[in-house]
Design a protein around this ligand. Structure first.
Ligand SMILES: C[S@@+](CC[C@H](N)C(=O)[O-])C[C@H]1O[C@@H](n2cnc3c(N)ncnc32)[C@H](O)[C@@H]1O
Length: 473
């Protein structure tokens, strides 16, 4: 095997102690037994062997490997081996477990036609546009999706750089939005005896093929061993934006580190939703009841600050926000056929919307499903960011304990990992965070806000993020 060939096929095999460490750390996800396991990029079958060492019962083990020499060497090992290009074959089985170290072949070494074919396959199968700087391992993850059973587990040993670089954005988005991300371990390879002088830093990503539910968390760990990590951080899935550098999760509290300290150190700040036509999409409780519309296709929403009586929003016993002024925004991904069958009144309301020409409105016509809003989960803090001179209290924060979301008349504050961890560990309470936010003086707000005519002041998300702020975590 020439060096070039090894590079093109990414033939760097996982040392047995490393594969064993990964199995020890992940076995609780599948140790009950596996019907069909798959090691795409089988190589010498490092994970096949590690599963045997760990005595995990596996009924059928499949391997796909492109190099005929390796397949010939391992043909009698007991796994069902196929000599093929994994990126170019349909799934032979639906698997409960996919586990491997795929080839990390860099983008410039992947032939142009292969790259184009894989990119259009991923687009077709998952609707994802792969960044052209992606290495072969990214395509492996996307193309393996169709091999994995619903609720099946996938474990990938990957180069850690995707956590922080641009080409990793789609991969991170897939882990957060398409599947239920369970664990990310970043290896400290410096002194680790598990690696044979590896030149890339490595991480392991574990997920279940299942959509994540709001509020679910992911365990991030760091250290020389995945089974016995040095650092652990639990992070809410919502906080894992794909453009955020995931290795920063292991960074310490920025204010403690001596940085100046600003709101964006602790929060992701987003604008609330723009419906494209509030008069149609947002209804009062009375309108909902008059038209007999199903609450399950609507989300509670605050439209503007006049709707906020209390600075703390709570749910009532029926799970709806306790405010007389709460409204409801139409937001469902049911198809028209399903709506017609299940909710004829809502179907009639959609027909009415068509007649009104709602669908032709600028924002509405850009959506895939015209009556489905942008995805926003409720945030724990909202900020009113438009103020007039005469306003009482100027910019205000709302502590949201309810399931209400907001329109773009508000900014939404989602805690970043550093704050989430502190909250989870009890170093600070949500109330203390709310009090700290409420203590920000009008003067501080005004230094960052934009002034318009007639005493109007506004804060963009990035301007709110720049406001001086420190928490003692
Ligand atoms: C990084 S090695 C890992 C092998 C093994 N899974 C392990 O962990 O030791 C990647 C393997 O993928 C194989 N490979 C490269 N491109 C492939 C492709 N398109 N389809 C299937 N296997 C491929 C290489 O020959 C190599 O054996």
């Amino acid at each position: 095997m020439t060096a070039t060939k090894a590079k093109i096929w990414g033939q760097y095999f996982t040392p047995a102690p490393l594969a064993n460490d990964i199995i020890s750390a992940t076995r609780h996800f599948f140790e009950e037994g596996v019907s069909v396991a798959l090691e795409p990029a089988f190589g010498k079958g490092a994970f096949y062997e590690a599963l045997k060492v760990a005595e995990i019962p596996v009924d059928e083990f499949c391997g796909v490997e492109i190099d005929p020499t390796l397949v010939a060497d391992r043909v009698a090992c007991g796994a069902q081996l196929e000599c093929a290009d994994f990126t170019d074959i349909p799934p032979r089985k639906q698997c409960d477990l996919i586990i491997t170290n795929p080839p990390y072949t860099r983008h410039h070494l992947i032939p142009k036609e292969q790259k184009e074919r894989m990119a259009s396959q991923v687009k077709e199968e998952l609707g994802i546009t792969v960044n052209r700087l992606s290495g072969l391992h990214c395509y492996f993850v996307f193309l393996a999706d169709k091999w994995l059973k619903e609720n099946g587990i996938a474990v990938w040993l990957l180069p850690a750089e995707f956590l922080d670089v641009n080409y990793g954005k789609e991969l991170k988005s897939y882990f957060v939005h398409n599947v239920q991300l369970l664990r990310v371990h970043v290896y400290n390879t410096e002194n680790s005896s598990l690696f044979d002088g590896a030149t890339v830093s490595s991480c392991v990503v574990v997920y279940r093929k299942k959509k994540a539910n709001p509020g679910e968390t992911v365990l991030f760990t760091y250290g020389e061993s995945m089974a016995a990590p040095d650092t652990r951080q639990t992070v809410a899935c919502e906080a894992l934006a794909d453009d955020f550098k995931w290795t920063k999760i292991f960074a310490k509290n920025p204010a403690v580190n001596g940085d100046s300290g600003k709101l964006s150190d602790y929060f992701f700040i987003k604008r609330g939703i723009a419906t494209g036509y509030n008069d149609y999409f947002i209804l009062t409780k009375e309108e909902m009841e008059e038209r007999n519309l199903p609450y399950e296709c609507f989300t509670p929403i605050l439209v503007n600050k006049r709707d906020v009586y209390n600075k703390i929003m709570e749910n009532d016993t029926a799970g709806l926000p306790l405010t007389k002024k709460c409204k409801y925004v139409l937001d469902t991904d049911l198809s028209l056929n399903e709506i017609e069958l299940k909710f004829p009144k809502l179907y009639a309301y959609l027909q009415y919307g068509e007649e009104l020409g709602v669908r032709q409105r600028y924002l509405v016509k850009k959506r895939k499903i015209w009556y489905k809003q942008e995805v926003r989960t409720p945030a724990p803090y909202y900020c009113t960011y438009i103020a007039r001179n005469g306003d009482n209290g100027f910019f205000r924060f709302i502590w949201n304990k309810s399931n209400v979301i907001v329109t773009n008349n508000f900014l939404m504050l989602y805690p970043k990992p550093v704050l989430l961890c502190a909250l989870e560990r009890g170093k600070i309470t949500s109330e203390e965070v709310y009090c700290a936010l409420s203590d920000i003086g009008t003067e501080t707000f005004l230094t960052e806000s934009r002034q318009y005519a007639e005493g109007l002041s506004k804060l963009e998300p990035s301007e709110l993020g720049n406001i001086a702020f420190r928490l003692a975590l």
